[in-house]
Write a protein that binds this ligand. Structure first.
Ligand code: GAL
Length: 943
């Protein structure tokens, strides 16, 4: 079996080959390179120096004024090297002094740095740094120039770095300060660069990022695809270009095409439009999510200069005030869940394949819609929703139409408006201003902005009150979203009969996976679906209220999967939620089976709960809950019928069964015939461990990850559902264990570990391939007193995305001052007044002079030498000095170059203070050029 990721990379590779990008071909067209590898990380802040004195103040007023760790010449040796995505909060221990809402994990401040080499062939191209998301506030510097500030942990940024970069041997520095003391949510948000980073190289005239809009519409029974392509140019002159747009079906066959011409001025952007007509396209539906791809190629004459593709699909969506939601004209009751974005073991730095695992699990539960609460999901997740046939409510984080926040909303809409899965934009969730005129005005502005970019999809907002005022935010949206408030459904519908309504959030009931008796002392909740929050309802009651009202489009259960933080109804030691139909690892709780019975229509399902290990309760009644979508269910104990009932599709079926160890079975009956059966057996004590990977193989691309379930069985191979043994893992082969979990909201065991306790019979270990991984991974699990288990996972050879090579860190000497030329030898220790910014010039290597009339010049810079390197052995390396030269450090001559030819040169730095002044006296040979022709660096490591 190959993973969908494999298909994606394979398709990408084929595309690359088709476009002639592969094999290090001449830099042309578009290259999108992963920048995830080889970052340096420092946890905690690096204090900026106090700005004092004229010289420092003067420099502080300049563009490249990044100080401290933001500076290009900052010495970051000793920082931890890691690959992104990264969440440092999930690496933290649990601490009761930290915020319960953030899962009792310290967040704080952190710094990332990355070196980036650009060859001469990159000169003249348009270079964009893409950050998919950073939690939470962040500031980005390129070579000491601040290029972006962002106040949200959920939106991506596309930063034009072309103006600030250097080409050739001197690497560029990307520095990012992340402030995760800032909070935007009341749930676990993680900390750090937790989504992907990219470097995109394009022609100066190119298709803007997220600049291809191809969203099919049906008009008068005919399908067309209005296409808009945004072109941008960072070129120096106006250029004429042609945009060809093709629509490709699932098999890659072209089914429609169009083109448009454009003239794009220097440093301007323009939008070109065309329209593709297509007869009888295959519709995207939940059962058959047919996808098309729109491809735009930008040409100048016959030369292709850029191209891009988006995934799209043909479907209509409509919300009806009386009858709910329609997809392609057919009624679909929304069976949705809300989810946050963290998972066991990995926090918010979630590999795509773990997202895919979660979405598949949700589908298995019968879910047909997902609300990514309360923020934009990763782009890849929407691709998956398209592919898997899931509806999406795409939600913006901040309810705020001021320019900064509005740009986060428009970024979201531009990025996501081609996805057939996206059926609703959500602009707010439970806002205190929702009931006010201000709330209405704010919502109105946000809706108007969305309309400009996407007139096809309705907008909702999640109201948890405020619906009865004269003017409120619900008046500004297309579909009124109701959080909880089941009691208001009928009344609101009566008062506003023309307004489509949906639940945007409901349920909020508590369960602990595998537990069937609540124990408030131990902070455990039973799984019979009897304990809703005071504002919510049981899973069964919430769905009943929604299912029985055709005018409510559907449900969005809070939540599909547990998440860290918000450990309601408890606090410490509980650290993650109890709301999920699945636990943090994606193991089913009681609610999973309830919804499966309510929602799955295409196959019979039946599930019997609880486990059947009740030693000491022999003869006493045990409550048995059977969930099924059949007509009737029958329960058998040790082969004897103990009851049969007509299925209650809302409340499900309950039996009191006097306990006797053995085998208890639930049989689902349709027209008197058995259509499904579930069996639960009393187990003996655990003797052996079992490993069950979600998939048998993974792509060897350094990205693909597989969750593996660990369980314990007795001597007869029966699951031991109450096993709590501590297990340990080892992994051999080209891969790594990236996290462990067990779904216990009260567990304080670390996520980043090679051991974990089973919780009510289960634990999860997540293994990820290494880049260029080959062969197989062998995972072993052991536990005291139990037979170990092992499993092999095949690694398929996949090259993965093209990457930006990792460059070893260096400390360059920057900010050079250059004296005027002089005919006589100047004093290398001449003092340049602190407030003299003009009598010497400013420059950076390469500094090539002459031939000049006067032979001598002084070049001066400074460098900070860290204490651990200040041992009299550190070296200053000059890439190339032309002319004779003397190198002086803090008034002492430390080296002399006697030859006049351009040549590399190095000196050893004597021990001394940390901040060194370096002066180079260069004497040009008569009639010859001179200078520091290449970069100057302080070498790291011992000489
Ligand atoms: C809602 C809120 C969710 C979550 C939930 C818990 O009010 O929108 O984010 O906090 O309550 O019940």
């Amino acid at each position: 079996m190959t993973s969908p990721l494999f298909h994606r990379w394979a398709t990408a590779l084929l595309l690359l080959l088709a476009l002639g990008f592969a094999g290090g071909a001449q830099a042309a067209g578009r290259e999108r390179l992963s920048l995830d590898e080889g970052w340096l990380f420092h946890r905690g802040d690096v204090p900026m120096p106090a700005i004092k004195g004229h010289g420092m103040s003067y420099q502080n007023g300049k563009a490249n004024n990044g100080w401290g760790a933001a500076a290009a010449d900052f010495d970051d040796s000793g920082w931890r090297r890691l690959d992104l995505p990264h969440d440092w909060a999930v690496e933290s221990p649990f601490d009761r002094n930290e915020n319960a809402s953030q899962g009792y994990r310290a967040r704080g401040i952190g710094w990332y740095r990355r070196y980036l080499q650009l060859g001469e062939s990159d000169r003249g191209r348009h270079l964009e740094l893409q950050l998919d998301a950073v939690a939470t506030y962040s500031t980005v510097w390129i070579n000491g120039v601040v290029v972006n500030r962002n106040w949200s942990g959920y939106n991506g940024r596309n930063i034009d770095i072309t103006p600030y970069v250097r080409y050739g041997s001197d690497p560029n520095t990307i520095a990012i300060r992340v402030d995760a003391e800032a909070q935007e949510g009341w749930w676990y948000e993680g900390a750090g660069i937790y989504r992907h980073t990219w470097l995109v190289k394009r022609d100066p005239l190119h298709i803007a990022t997220d600049g291809l809009h191809a969203n099919p519409v049906q008009q008068g029974g005919r399908w067309t695809v209005p296409v808009e392509v945004t072109l941008e140019s960072s070129d120096h002159v106006a250029r004429d270009a042609i945009v060809d747009v093709a629509l490709l079906d699932t098999g890659g066959r072209e089914v429609a095409r169009g083109s448009a011409r454009a003239r794009v001025g220097a440093l301007e952007s323009t939008v070109v439009r065309t329209r593709l007509n297509i007869r009888e396209p295959r519709l995207w539906s939940l059962a058959r999510p047919e996808l098309y791809r729109a491809r735009a190629v930008l040409r100048e004459g016959r030369k292709e200069i850029d191209s891009t593709e988006v995934q799209t699909g043909f479907r209509t969506v409509r919300f009806d005030a009386d009858r709910g939601f329609f997809l392609n004209g057919e009624h679909v009751k929304i069976q949705g869940v809300c989810v946050h974005q963290d998972h066991a073991g990995v926090g918010v730095a979630m590999p795509e394949s773990i997202w895919e695992f979660r979405l598949r699990r949700l589908k298995e539960m019968g879910v047909n819609a997902v609300r990514f609460a309360h923020n934009a999901p990763a782009a890849e997740v929407l691709d998956m929703a398209d592919r898997l046939g899931l509806l999406v409510m795409d939600e913006n984080r901040h309810f705020n139409p001021s320019p900064d926040y509005l740009s986060q909303l428009t970024w979201l809409v531009r990025r996501d408006r081609n996805h057939p899965s996206v059926i609703l934009w959500s602009i707010f969730n439970e806002e205190p201003l929702q009931s006010t005129e201000a709330g209405y005005e704010m919502a109105r502005r946000m809706v108007a902005e969305i309309r400009k970019l996407d007139p096809t999809r309705p907008v909702t907002g999640a109201m948890h009150g405020g619906l009865t005022t004269d003017r409120n935010a619900a008046d500004a949206v297309d579909v009124v979203g109701l959080n909880y408030q089941i009691w208001i459904y009928d009344e609101y519908h009566r008062k506003h009969p023309r307004r489509p309504l949906t639940s945007t959030e409901d349920t909020s009931a508590f369960m602990t996976r595998g537990a069937y008796e609540s124990d408030r002392q131990a902070q455990v909740m039973g799984s019979y679906d009897e304990e809703p929050s005071s504002w919510g309802n049981t899973h069964r009651d919430a769905w009943k209220a929604i299912a029985q009202r055709p005018f409510i489009a559907g449900s969005f259960v809070w939540t599909g999967i547990d998440y860290r933080g918000e450990p309601t109804p408890y606090e410490w030691p509980s650290a993650s939620s109890f709301f999920g139909a699945m636990d943090l690892a994606g193991f089913a709780k009681g609610a999973f089976w309830i919804h499966q019975a309510q929602w799955v229509k295409d196959r019979p399902v039946v599930k019997l709960q609880p486990h059947w290990n009740w030693t000491g309760r022999e003869g006493r009644d045990i409550r048995v809950m059977v969930t099924s979508n059949a007509q009737r269910v029958r329960v058998l104990l040790n082969g004897q019928p103990v009851g049969e009932q007509a299925v209650d599709p809302y409340q499900m079926n309950h039996f009191q069964v006097p306990y006797a160890p053995g085998r208890i079975e639930a049989v689902a009956l349709q027209d008197g015939k058995e259509v499904a059966r579930d069996v639960v057996e009393t187990s003996g004590s655990a003797v052996r461990l079992v490993l069950t990977p979600d998939r048998p193989a993974l792509a060897g691309d350094g990205l693909d990850a597989v969750p593996v379930t660990v369980s314990a069985v007795d001597a007869q191979g029966r699951a031991v559902s109450l096993a709590q043994d501590k297990v340990s893992f080892t992994l051999e082969g080209d891969g790594a264990i990236i996290g462990v979990g067990n779904g216990d909201p009260n567990s304080h065991e670390p996520d980043k570990a090679h051991e974990r306790s089973l919780f009510n019979g289960l634990a999860q270990v997540i293994v990820q391939s290494c880049r260029d991984g080959q062969g197989r991974l062998r995972l072993r699990v052991t536990a005291e007193g139990l037979q170990p288990a092992q499993v092999d996972l095949a690694l398929t050879t996949v090259s993965g995305p093209a990457r930006v090579p990792v460059v070893e860190p260096t400390t360059p000497l920057l900010g050079w001052r250059i004296s005027p030329p002089s005919a006589t030898r100047p004093d290398p220790n001449v003092v340049l007044a602190e407030n003299d910014m003009n009598s010497w010039g400013w420059d950076e290597p390469p500094m090539r002079r002459g031939p000049e009339a006067a032979a001598f010049r002084l070049y001066r810079s400074s460098v900070a030498v860290r204490a651990d390197r200040n041992d009299g052995r550190a070296r200053l390396r000059f890439g190339s000095i032309a002319g004779k030269a003397e190198v002086w450090v803090d008034g002492v001559k430390v080296g002399e170059k006697t030859g006049t030819e351009p040549a590399p040169f190095a000196v050893v730095l004597p021990k001394g203070k940390s901040q060194r002044q370096v002066t180079v006296l260069v004497e040009a040979a008569p009639g010859q050029p001179s200078g520091l022709w290449d970069r100057v660096v302080l070498e790291r490591g011992s000489p």
